[in-house]
Design a protein around this ligand. Sequence first.
Ligand code: PA5
Length: 390
Amino acid sequence: MNYSLFFDYDNKKLEQKAYDNILKEFENRETGYYRLPETSKKFLNINFGAEYNEVVVIGIGGSSLGAKAIYSIFKDKLKKMIFLENPDPVDIEDKIKEIKKPLFFVISKSGKTIETISIFKETIKKFDLGKNAKNLKIITDENSPLDKFAKKWNLETFHIPHNVGGRFSVLSAVGTVPLKAAGLNVKNLLEGAKEFREKFFQKKEWHLNKKAAFYAQNYQKYPINVMFAYSNMLSSFKDWFVQLFGESLGKDGKEIMPVGHIGSIDQHSFLQLLMEGMGKKTLTFVKIENFQSKLTIPDINLPYLEATDFVNAHTFNELINKECDSTLEALLSKNYPIDLITISQINEKNTGNLIMYYEILTSAIGSLLGINTYNQPGVELGKQILRNKF
Ligand code: PA5
């Protein structure tokens, strides 16, 4: 993994403050995600006691996006995962049709989220689920309504530590247990996350403090952070990032708004706005150095299409990464504060590293903005209004 900043910034005091704030959070144990690489080790040897072909996750937001992000990276080598998240009737019916021999995970930290429980009821009906069901597992906080229900039905339950919030929970049972069921090497995922955390505390990842300090100090000048991730494998990862930043860093009249794009596709939809719009954004490029693919652009000359021949016989790997470099260079000429995350190759360790990087970055920015990174009081009002509409 390589994290490079393409902007000049030097505010040692604020950078040190970012570091000190994180160290304090780690030491006072009020925020639990930092220690998940250790505490989630207990899930490494689970035997699910059921036969299944599909892992079905019923959950939303922080209870689904993390596992989905990792699944979208590794799906070629995992059992099929199906995510039932949205109360969109067509989507639910379509996905339910795909389910043949499932292992269900109902995931909700609060244990009472309306979307999750409503979809759960539909699966109970469709798949005739009941007490003692071996292929139905629950992941929730201890003593939540869902936890109490699970006890009543005698269902195997995995608990989420109380001090780990939804969007920071991917390395808890929320992400690791269903991903383990799908066949992911969770051990390496946790090791990668731990490695980043340790290097951070050894002050070997100082770029993070610099970026956090810059973002927090300039949040009015640059209220938007755009991620350009150059691989379809990262399409759900960018959604996870959007939730992590969005729900954590928009409070008390302050915000850093996350926007997620996939390169090179979104160069053809959004780049114009970046090149000639209002600016006011920081940009983060994410690229995969080695896709481990030799797929090459055929050396074929087609009449009237000679202008495209300059890439002939080069790999697609080279093309997508040179597109990333060229777009980055073009946007640097517009004076955007840019950073580049280079994933040497896709594996579980690098994925764990990236997750821990983003979680600590979010915490550091939030602490410097002086907001509570971990709550989401703004989403409650809509829930109350919904209740009164039935
Ligand atoms: O990050 C969060 O806290 C939220 O996005 C929650 O994960 C989401 O609302 C789902 O909540 P729960 O896990 O309680 O069902």
